[in-house]
Design a protein around this ligand. Structure first.
Ligand SMILES: NC(=O)c1ccc[n+]([C@@H]2O[C@H](COP(=O)([O-])OP(=O)(O)OC[C@H]3O[C@@H](n4cnc5c(N)ncnc54)[C@H](OP(=O)(O)O)[C@@H]3O)[C@@H](O)[C@H]2O)c1
Length: 249
């Protein structure tokens, strides 16, 4: 595999973040009161369209968030729009800062991130893998390789040995996240896949805190369905996700 990257669409991210600034900002005390638990330090590796939108939701929910990329100096506007809980740093700083890491990069970047930070990432309580192998962006070779490992979940685990991985949010588009998080009543479900019970419990808590309903569809082997273009992709209620997942193996 070779490492490559795509430039993020900063304008899209900031447009979305501006929308999110209208979302309910929940200060630390309110968060603790609501969930009975303390805020966690959350880092994003990758702060483009999806990373910017998801990190903003966690910052607005009261968690200290560090956005990171190879160019943190370009993240000033994102940080400003995400509010006082947000800051930006290098990937190294973000990994050092975080209790929980959101991995939201082009799939080709994960190999290098694993080599540079794999040991530190394995020591985190939870790494949420939002990244997907996509042929038109990442090339056929890495998609073929990921399939040979059993799909995106098991493939990421191979690149990040020992990490407490949960796949989530892989096929909910960045432009929908802010609005979806605000939905009342039948909330938008988020299929999640993972093998580590503690990491799954923590992911469940965090995903609920930003307004979604997590549904465990299976272990990391089911991560192959948590990519765009599968029946689980897009927005479904929790009940719909359960029904769809029952037809998949
Ligand atoms: N866009 C969506 O709606 C969506 C939805 C669900 C899942 N996803 C998945 O999320 C991932 C990111 O997609 P995106 O649309 O957010 O992409 P994007 O807008 O292009 O952002 C990619 C981010 O990754 C960073 N990055 C790239 N290579 C890196 C490296 N080696 N180390 C650290 N950071 C690196 C980039 O920043 P620098 O170039 O400054 O380092 C940028 O912040 C993809 O795997 C995608 O399939 C996207």
């Amino acid at each position: 595999m070779t490492i490559c990257s795509l430039g993020p669409s900063r304008r899209s991210v900031l447009g979305l973040a501006a929308g999110l600034s209208l979302a309910t900002a929940m200060p630390f005390a309110a968060l603790a009161q609501n969930s009975g638990t303390a805020p966690l330090k959350i880092a994003t590796i990758g702060a483009g369209r999806e990373g910017g939108a998801l990190g903003t939701l966690f910052a607005k929910a009261g968690h200290p968030v560090m956005f990171s990329s190879r160019h943190p100096e370009q993240l000033k506007e994102l940080v400003a729009s995400a509010g006082p809980n947000a800051k930006a740093g290098t990937v190294e700083e973000a990994v050092g800062f975080a209790d929980v890491v959101l991995l939201i990069v082009p799939y080709t970047a994960i190999e290098g991130i694993g080599k540079d930070y794999g040991k530190a990432l394995a020591a985190k309580k939870l790494v949420i893998d939002v990244s997907n192998p996509i042929a038109r962006r990442d090339g056929e070779e890495i998609v073929k390789w990921a399939n040979e490992q059993g799909g995106a979940g098991l493939a990421t685990q191979k690149l990040l040995p020992g990490a407490h991985l949960v796949r989530a949010f892989n096929a909910i588009g960045f432009a929908r996240l802010g609005e979806d998080a605000q939905k009342t009543g039948d909330k938008v479900g988020v299929p999640i896949a993972g093998d580590d019970p503690e990491a799954l419990a923590l992911a469940t808590r965090l995903i609920k805190e930003i307004g979604f309903e997590p549904v465990r569809v299976g272990g990391l082997a089911m991560g192959k369905y948590l990519v765009p273009g599968t029946p689980l992709a897009g927005e479904h209620s929790a009940g719909e996700i359960e029904k769809i997942a029952a037809t998949l193996k």
